[in-house]
Design a protein around this ligand. Sequence first.
Ligand code: 4AD
Ligand code: MG
Length: 441
Amino acid sequence: MTETPIDPVPVVEIARLGQHIGEEVRIQGWVYNLRESGKLLFPLFRDGTGLLQAVVFQKNVSPELFAQVRSLTQESSIHARGVVRADQRAPGGVELDLHVLTVLQLVPASDPYPISPKEHGIDFLMDHRHLWLRSQRQAAILRVRHQVIRAVRDFFDNEGYVLADAPILTPAACEGTSTLFEVQYFDDKAFLTQSGQLYAEAAAMALGKTYCFGPTFRAEKSKTRRHLTEFWMVEPETAFAQLDDIMHLAEKLVTAVVARVLEHCRNELKTLERNPAPLEAIQLPFPRISYDEALSRIQTAGSEMKWGDDLGGGDETLLSKQFDRPVMVHRYPASAKAFYMQPDPERPEVALCVDMLAPEGYGEIVGGSQRIHDLNLLRQRLEEHHLAEADFRWYLDLRRWGSVPHGGFGMGIERVVAWICGLEHIRETIPFPRTIYRIFP
Ligand code: 4AD
Ligand code: MG
């Protein structure tokens, strides 16, 4: 490692070089690529904000600098100094006339960076996820994810929701006992949370409008392109809210998230070759159809689904392809859903719940419901679901003292990012994915 010398020339991020045309600047980053054309060298640098092509003309620089640039290897870390020049053909619209190069670490030619520009298999890339993140495509996805999360937090803040996070270590199930990760908790057992919802309900009785936002865990043995075992979920919960209020909040949230990405991530969508047109069509209101109508549409489209079944991934795709924006399916058979859902008073065999399905076959992005607020009914449901009342003592207390109708939903961040980015598989939407097959790196 070479000590970095003190240099009076300012460091500028590559994304901001357009504001420094004609100026001498320094950039700090990594070598992405090196092209050579006779007496010209074109090193391509990246710094996390963008890509920059530098130009080194043999007759304008010392033989030492020319040789030094020529020996650069992929992912060597550097400081480069030079003058910024506008050039419409270059990526980002600027080039750098390179004058001085400091190499912090030269990647040895004998041990080259493992991810070359050629194609690699997905297992190889996943094994090297810690390096793969440096690719333009993966960095673009993480930038979109960042904007999605910012949009979510701003949205709830603007709507007057107070953040109150739920614990990750929990004593009991929320979404069903079969998908729990068990952990040793001193002399006892605990579980990694599947959803912060039950705690968010307690917070809603204190704050009125609240949300929690954290990692959640599902030990389902799903091998689909839509399932992670660890994913991030945002869960608003609203006191006095009914199903219509919940649906309206969900459609406003999704619209705000998409609008934010379109505003801030045009370049990223281009890098991902994501057509923005279907995203630009995402406007309020979203279509709302009952489970019964969804079922008949799905059956007409050729599925063998029967009344009472939950929608499978294929069914969701059949249905969502019929709409140009997310569709909200409400009032599923209560028997297909979680224990806490409020039955429809006009038709108790269906629950006051909603799933929002993303367009283009991306499946369920939001799941929510009104919650049972009657103490005796909730007790009865716990029993029917073989859940021990003792584990839910505190949850029942919420119905004992000042119970009100209330509801909320959960939106999975990774599902939303996969849809917005137009990705084949959810595994690219989170820095280090956890799936049934993978917990490394
Ligand atoms: O429909 P789910 O299971 O709902 C709940 O957990 C409720 N307790 C939420 C609530 O009402 N507060 O999950 C909600 C969302 C799904 O719509 C989906 O976007 C995402 O979480 N999700 C997953 N994302 C990635 N991998 C998985 N295995 C997921 N399971 C659910
Ligand atoms: Mg669901």
